[in-house]
Design a protein around this ligand. Structure first.
Ligand SMILES: Cc1cc2nc3c(=O)[nH]c(=O)nc-3n(C[C@H](O)[C@H](O)[C@H](O)COP(=O)(O)O)c2cc1C
Length: 211
């Protein structure tokens, strides 16, 4: 790490960082991250669930989402073995249960049972949903890409479940969904608590402005 370049800035060569430091910097700066609460089944049918904040939308036609496993974890092994997973959306009231399921349970443990989570059958895939989650994407694995120490699991969404109680006037209402995001360490944001709108501009509006 050295001071230099832009005034008051610290420049860091990633190669000089210990893996733990690199992880802390990355996850403190790429924020806030949405959380995929990923439910899967093992080859022998054991229910598994774990949060993944390396999660995002990739394509809307068809609908494709992804989560990344750092190293080889049960959520990765199960998705690879069965080709299916469910992304449950985590609302503010589910944060403790979500955090509990980040425990390093051995693969033979039923994590829904440990977390006292009620499951609900999915319509198009075998892994169950979290009954209390406000929304869920049922997914079939389309590709797994290994990059660095991450394995990116891409899934095409075969069904979306949304609780009516989070809808207002035909749209998902962020305040009713009450999603949480992850920042560095153990810090989260209650994402719907500080909403503001920014109007998107079009070229027709911008070109009239004097330079
Ligand atoms: C909010 C949160 C986000 C997390 N995001 C990830 C992630 O993106 N990738 C990952 O490998 N682990 C992540 N973890 C850690 C895993 O949830 C944890 O290692 C878990 O035990 C993995 O479970 P599994 O072996 O059943 O898949 C996260 C933990 C928390 C609390």
């Amino acid at each position: 790490m050295r001071k230099g370049g832009a005034v008051g800035a610290i420049e860091i060569d990633p190669a000089s960082l210990a893996p733990r430091e690199a992880y802390h910097l990355l996850t403190a700066l790429v924020v806030p991250r949405p959380i995929a609460w990923v439910s899967t089944l093992s080859r022998s049918g054991i229910r598994n669930i774990a949060p993944h904040s390396y999660f995002n939308a990739i394509s809307s036609n068809p609908l494709i989402v992804h989560y990344t496993s750092t190293g080889v974890k049960d959520s990765l092994v199960n998705a690879r073995d069965t080709g299916e997973f469910v992304v449950n959306i985590v609302s503010r009231d589910l944060v403790q249960e979500m955090n509990f399921t980040a425990t390093n349970f051995p693969p033979e443990e039923d994590e829904f049972a440990w977390a006292h989570l009620q499951d609900a059958p999915s319509k198009t895939v075998a892994p169950p949903r979290v009954a209390a989650a406000p929304a869920a994407f049922e997914c079939r694995v389309v590709q797994i890409v290994d990059l660095g120490n991450g394995s990116m699991v891409f899934g095409e969404v075969s069904s979306i479940v949304i609780k009516e109680e989070v809808m207002r006037e035909g749209r998902v209402d962020p305040e009713l969904l009450a999603p949480i995001g992850r920042l560095g360490g153990s810090t989260y944001t209650d994402a719907a608590r500080a909403l503001f709108d920014v109007k998107r501009l079009r070229w027709d509006d911008v070109k009239k402005e004097p330079t």
